[in-house]
Design a protein around this ligand. Structure first.
Ligand code: AMP
Length: 368
């Protein structure tokens, strides 16, 4: 192996030993099939330039780590459309509100590297597929070079704000979320200058925000959206699902079930908001009441944050779906803490004591 280059496995050990210092691990711009890990932007920029000069294309998959099949599906998609896939792993502090779960957000660095290594080996067997050539795992002083990142609503710093889009739905519940997402994505796009960027439909409002950012700031990249990956039950995969445990996981499926019921109305020809959303709201209410009626040792209670029917470009709620535009059905629920975790019960990471906010959506396709 050339000096200054390490593959995933050797770097995992090295990074653990160095306790995630800000050292740039890769210094040579030559192109190797192995995945390389970058901790700062100058060597990544040099590498990216070398790819450009070799007529190679880059697909960027931004993530916060704790990788699951949803993230990997985006990397796979990126490999089908680019010669090189960059995966960023960075838990971005500015998208977490002051009272949100930044410190408890799952961190699974070694498992993430192993998953990307396995995927890269799979890609090596697919004729014409690109490879995962870079993992960008910067530290916060690299990503926020001027000020300590500030998550306050009136926080100081250089931010990308997109209004009113970023204030609706998820933005209403999490006021700094999209400002943080748009800001960190702008930084990642500037550093990686990818031909294409990959986002999951699971976070549908995020995809709308990113498309707007790319359009309004003339970012020279193509936004690609991959389908939501689900567990067999229908529950959308999420890094936060590890906190659920069996009891709450079984009930959490209520959100995707409710959205499906609403979708059925649209497919059956209903266009009015009330007609489409009523069965979803009814289902959520029925399951919530059912759980509340159970003993504390058996129940998994939840609050509904919102169920929405929105315009696909503005995310403004609509009273009636224009069949030529379609619409987005989306929702968020909060699975509350377990009140009485049972003896020996599998309660997930945190022992059932961490509330878990879940989101999901379905796109109601235009009817031509
Ligand atoms: P995160 O690490 O949660 O910020 O997610 C990184 C990317 O993975 C985002 O574009 C998400 O929309 C996408 N993603 C997360 N969960 C899923 C899923 N279940 N299916 C498809 N994409 C997903």
């Amino acid at each position: 192996m050339a000096r200054g280059l390490q593959t995933i496995r050797s770097l995992s050990v090295l990074i653990t030993r160095r306790s995630l210092s800000t050292t740039a691990f890769r210094t040579s711009p030559s192109i190797l099939p192995q995945t390389q890990i970058f901790r700062s932007d100058p060597p990544l920029r040099a590498y990216r330039r070398s790819l450009l000069l070799s007529n190679r294309t880059v697909g960027l998959v931004p993530t916060m780590g704790a990788l699951h099949a949803g993230h990997l599906s985006l990397a796979r998609l990126a490999a089908l459309e680019n010669t090189d896939v960059f995966v960023s792993i960075y838990i971005n502090p500015t998208q977490f509100g002051l009272h949100e779960d930044l410190s408890s957000y799952p961190k699974t660095w070694d498992a993430d590297l192993a998953a990307l290594d396995a995927l890269d080996k799979e890609l090596a067997t697919i004729p014409g597929a690109g490879r995962i050539s870079a993992i960008f795992a910067p530290t916060t002083d690299i990503m926020y070079p001027t000020l300590p990142p500030d998550s306050a609503v009136d926080g100081k710093g250089s931010f990308v704000t997109i209004t009113p889009l970023a204030t609706l739905l998820e933005g209403a519940s999490r006021p700094v979320f999209f400002r943080g997402v748009a800001t960190v994505c702008m930084k990642l796009f500037n550093i990686c200058t990818p031909e294409r960027v990959y986002f999951g439909q699971k976070d549908v409002q995020q995809t709308v925000v990113i498309r707007r950012l790319v359009k309004d700031f003339h970012v020279d990249t193509d936004v690609r959206v991959g389908p939501t990956q689900r567990e067999e039950s229908g529950l959308a995969m999420s890094s936060r699902n590890v906190y659920l445990g069996a009891r709450r996981r079984a009930v959490a499926v209520v959100l995707s079930q409710a959205l499906r019921r609403a979708e059925e109305q649209y497919v059956a020809g209903k266009r009015k908001r009330g007609d489409i959303l009523a069965p979803a709201t009814w289902h959520l209410g029925r399951v919530a009441a059912e759980q509340e009626g159970l003993a504390k040792a058996r129940r998994a209670c939840f609050d509904v944050d919102y169920i929405a029917l929105s315009d696909p470009e503005t995310m403004e709620e609509v009273q009636e779906v224009d069949p030529e535009r379609g619409a987005i059905l989306s929702g968020a629920i909060k699975m509350k803490e377990l009140e009485e975790p049972g003896e020996g019960e599998e309660c997930g990471v945190g022992g059932g004591r961490i509330a878990v906010r879940l989101i999901d959506n379905i796109i109601l396709q235009p009817v031509v």
